[in-house]
Design a binder for this molecule. Structure first.
Ligand code: NAD
Length: 506
């Protein structure tokens, strides 16, 4: 299975990880391994970029920008449409590779490729809707309007857990806006990035375009650090942990560049007494255990009304016991492995620390005795003030707390440094509206009768506070990939100045 899919997607036992119009044959950076987290065994080797390779790619992205940015936006949209078609043809193969390289279950691997297709479709429409406003001028015989221009080559740094979808949210929207891209994926997921380039390069070759979608795989953080410091990249879109975002933000701010930050979450859901508990249970299970707790939107905190807390906890423990854990490509499996040995170690350390801080593990939290990086998801009875509850441990640990009044639940909900996704389960209109009001959830995403995971591409995605404040994908998130220009045309004969200022000779 592994060899067939690797072959279909043009992956060899040793691969170049640097692409710019074509593969750079022998990049001079360190060699990295792609490991299948379900077996702990390597799948293929990748040659990463040296500084010299990085310079070559960036020059190509700058050159590519000169041609690409001059194409009419709907023409750029037409090319993204063709890329979407190519992805449709490779949905199953690329979905399986995402599953093999990240350990997420097949439905989620394929779902991620579907998300790429969806954002491609969205971007095609967007390519005809890059609107600017016309603004009433206070001066006679003046017309004022705003227009949007492409920014330049932009840098995209991505995390391991959405190795292809997050790139496409940035890449397709930025591309129709007229930007070219330099992509640095996580070094844990190099093969999916190579496969994406192999799929789309054929489309661009037919159009005789290069330097639009460029790739620089690196070993760890180094290439990302070069990008953050590089004035030739006016925008850095960075997805990853809050710690990484702080470093990127600081480096880009030093040169007064622009950032789009999509960082860690510590997402919570409130379950009110009027909630449909059956619906809540199923939604919460997916949000807490799906992707083995390795989504930025994973549900990490559950705030239960005291009147339903005992019953709901019993039901949740029963449901957790039924979760099938195993090879993520098998149909019956709902939870695959964690990404790496270090992630298992972090979860085990977190379990110990939770107990030291007074938390009680009600279920799970152990490593499974088998090869690969498999763990049991954990349910923890916790005090909202425990320091561990403030942190995002990137593993399936769900903290459970109780409340008496909704205002108290909202206070607990907002009392963490991150602000990505949130949800309330209630059939009481007043409670739902309070949660969505300015007094309610302080997150970038707020749901009613839906838990925290599983956003659609049509909305702008991102979060507040230490999640970084960025927005990408749908709505008007495209504006971050362009520069706004306010233009005024004077078509009269007499000078007239704004604010009635007079500046006459004699
Ligand atoms: P990570 O922070 O370890 O790495 C993310 C990317 O940043 C990688 O490509 C890495 O090489 C690069 N990087 C690390 N340090 C850097 C530096 N100093 N300068 C430049 N680049 C650097 O994250 P991860 O383990 O790959 O992914 C998990 C994290 O990502 C979680 O915190 C999760 O919540 C977050 N995430 C957020 C979103 C979102 O949209 N908000 C989406 C997916 C993942």
């Amino acid at each position: 299975m592994t060899n067939t899919v690797l072959q279909k997607l043009g992956i060899h036992s040793i691969n170049s990880g640097v692409f710019s119009g074509d593969w750079i044959r022998k990049p001079k950076g360190p060699e990295i391994l792609s490991v299948n987290p379900s077996t702990g065994k390597p799948m293929a080797r990748v040659l990463s970029a040296s500084r010299e390779d990085y310079e070559r790619v960036l020059e190509k992205a700058q050159k590519g920008f000169k041609k690409w940015s001059l194409l009419p936006p709907p023409r750029r949209g037409e090319i993204v449409r063709k890329i979407g078609e190519a992805l449709r043809k490779n949905r199953k193969a690329l979905g399986l590779l995402v599953t093999l390289e990240t350990g997420k279950i097949l439905a989620e691997g394929e779902g991620e490729v579907q998300e790429m297709i969806d954002i491609a479709d969205f971007s095609v429409g967007l390519s005809r809707q890059l609107y600017g406003l016309t603004i009433a001028s206070e001066r006679p015989d003046h017309r004022m309007f705003e227009q949007w221009h492409p920014l330049g080559p932009i840098g995209v740094i991505t995390a391991f857990n959405f190795p292809v979808a997050v790139w496409s949210w940035n890449a397709f929207v930025a591309a129709v806006c007229g930007d070219t891209l330099l992509w640095k994926p996580s070094s844990r997921t190099p093969l999916t990035a190579i496969a994406v380039q192999n799929i789309i390069r054929k489309v661009l070759a037919k159009e005789e375009l290069d330097g639009v979608f460029n790739l620089c795989i690196g070993d760890g953080a180094e290439i990302g650090e070069w990008m953050a410091q590089d004035r030739r990249l006016p925008l850095i879109s960075a997805t990853g942990s809050c710690a990484m975002g702080k470093r990127v933000a600081e480096a880009v701010a030093q040169r007064l560049g622009r950032t789009l930050l999509e960082l860690g979450g510590n997402n919570a859901a409130i379950v009110a007494p009027s909630a449909n508990l059956d619906l809540a249970l199923r939604s919460i299970l997916f949000a807490a255990v799906g992707t083995s707790g390795q989504r930025c939107t994973t549900l990490r905190r559950l705030i239960l009304h005291r009147s339903i807390a005992k019953k709901f906890t019993r039901q949740l423990i029963r449901a957790y016991k039924q979760i099938s854990i195993g090879e993520p490509w098998k149909k019956e499996v709902l939870m695959g492995p964690l990404i790496a040995e270090s992630a298992v170690q972090r979860m085990m350390e977190a379990a110990e620390e939770i107990q030291r801080q007074g938390g009680k593990i009600l279920y799970g939290g152990k490593r499974l005795k088998r090869s690969g990086y498999f763990v049991q998801p954990a349910l923890v009875q916790a005090d909202p003030k425990m320091p561990m509850v403030q942190e995002e441990t990137f593993a399936p640990i769900l903290y459970m707390m109780t409340y008496d009044r909704l205002e108290e639940a909202i206070q607990i909900h907002n009392a963490v440094p991150q602000g990505l996704s949130s949800g309330i389960f209630t059939n009481d209109l007043r409670e739902a509206e309070l949660f969505l009001s300015a007094m309610g959830s302080d997150c970038g995403i707020a749901n009613v009768n839906i838990a925290t995971s599983g956003a659609e591409i049509g909305g702008a995605f991102g979060g507040e506070k230490e999640t970084g404040g960025g927005r990408e994908a749908g709505s008007d998130a495209w504006k971050v990939y362009m520069r706004r220009q306010t233009c005024t045309i004077h078509f009269g004969k007499n000078l007239s100045l704004a604010q009635g200022v007079r500046f006459d000779l004699g």
